[in-house]
Design a protein. Structure first.
Length: 429
């Protein structure tokens, strides 16, 4: 690689602007650490006239980002658009094909097309780096690929979405409803102002889990359906009941191998307060890696936002400038096998179940009978009557039961006219 390095940056949202500023400010520091001089010679965004903290040099601005690749001699391209397909995929695909190193924080793109794009990078002996795609400023991917390279990892799990974690934490501390806290999160910039669905329904965390699975277990990225649930159904009363049970509710992403079968899942968990992960609050992320011989390794830090994300992007840049051409997923694509997928209907777990019912004789007996019919036994039961409305909340903690049995059972229970709404199910960690 030449001493003078040409960089292109596509996407000037919050992260893109912050990264541009960091690159400009740290030129000397980068040269001292890598011996390379960097120059931004191409930038692209939807709107050149949008008000930004810096003036755009029109000489290096390209309305069509693909023109940068065609007209400029680029060594490193930052893709910060964020689409799973469309221009994001086309731009990265073409850049790698033209032997241009690519750095991206785009977890949706990597989770969907990482194997394909990685194969292009390997073929052309360039880097596809995506440290910022998982857990923002926490160097978890590099830790797995390099720091723990000789470990046999059995399980990786954690809090991987700062938006959901902030909402659950804020509900707990402020005693405000999900809706009110979501509005606050949007005002603070922690949640998308228009449609925060992908953060709240578990999709964002699942994309990250798929990337972690591939790196941890040397597998190709799973394309099968996984167990995915978000936090939209959790109410303040669930947060308060969890507190009474000496627990907290967290959205957790989990990936592990069970008898050689890959089991990926994202869902809310009821976690005892003594557990480390129960005490990770706000927009913080945490990843726990279980392996041999390392044992348990915990990484924690801010998982989102321009600062942490740019930190990871700059880390990838310095790695490339030092001349490290690496396999995108740690080992050659030829040595990564297709995962065998665990049937999550067989998943055994204890459950927190909350039923909103009419406060009438026989309702509790009906619920417990339906549970017993599916071999779901009750470990603990709490009743919270609302005398004014003649309703009640029935909370049941179960012993371990199969995922399939629980789903069938709850479906049957919901049909009863005395059950006022769909039950809330939260799995215990």
């Amino acid at each position: 690689m030449n001493k003078n390095i040409n960089i292109a940056l596509v996407g000037l949202g919050q992260i893109g602007i912050y990264l541009y500023d960091q690159i400009q400010k740290k030129r000397k520091d980068i040269e001292i650490k890598t011996g390379k001089k960097i120059n931004i010679i191409g930038i692209s965004a939807k709107n050149i006239n949008k008000k930004r903290r810096f003036k755009i040099d029109k000489k290096i601005f390209f309305k069509n980002p693909l023109d940068i690749i065609k007209k400029k001699n680029i060594d490193v391209l930052f893709e910060i658009i964020g689409q799973s397909d469309g221009i994001s995929k086309k731009l990265v695909e073409e850049a790698l094909s033209k032997k241009i190193n690519v750095i991206t924080p785009n977890k949706a793109l990597i989770a969907k097309h990482g194997d394909y794009l990685g194969s292009i990078a390997e073929k052309n002996k360039v880097n596809l780096e995506f440290e910022a795609a998982v857990a923002g400023g926490i160097p978890v991917l590099r830790t797995i690929k390099e720091g723990l390279a000789t470990n046999k990892i059995q399980k990786v799990y954690g809090i991987l979405n700062g938006t959901s974690n902030y909402i659950l934490s804020e509900m707990m501390s402020s005693k405000k409803s999900f809706k009110d806290v979501l509005i606050k999160a949007q005002k603070l910039g922690y949640a998308e102002p228009g449609n925060p669905k992908l953060d709240l329904n578990g999709y964002d965390a699942l994309s990250k889990i798929k990337i972690l699975s591939s790196l941890s277990f040397n597998k190709k990225i799973s394309k099968k359906n996984s167990l995915m649930e978000g936090i939209e159904k959790i109410e303040l009363k669930d947060i308060e009941i969890a507190n009474q049970l000496n627990c907290r509710i967290k959205l957790v992403g989990i990936s592990e191998l069970i008898n050689g079968y890959l089991f990926e899942r994202v869902h809310p968990c009821l976690i005892n307060k003594d557990n480390y992960i129960a005490n990770v609050n706000g927009v913080m992320n945490a990843v726990i890696i279980e392996g041999n011989p390392i044992g348990e390794s915990i990484l924690q830090g801010e998982g989102a936002g321009p600062g942490p994300t740019s930190s990871a992007l700059m880390s990838d840049l310095l790695s490339i400038l030092r001349g490290n051409v690496k396999y995108p997923f740690g080992i050659s694509r030829l040595k990564r096998s297709n995962p065998k997928i665990y049937n999550y209907d067989k998943y055994l777990n204890s459950l927190y179940l909350r039923f909103e019912v009419r406060d009438k004789p026989g309702v509790l007996a009906f619920i417990t009978k339906k549970l017993a019919n599916k071999n779901i036994s009750v470990e603990r039961l709490i009743q919270k009557p609302n005398y004014k409305n003649k309703t009640a909340s029935i909370i049941i903690i179960t012993h371990e039961s199969k995922e399939k049995d629980a789903k069938i059972c709850l479906k049957n229970i919901t049909k009863n006219k005395n059950i006022l709404k769909s039950p809330v199910l939260i799995r215990l960690l």
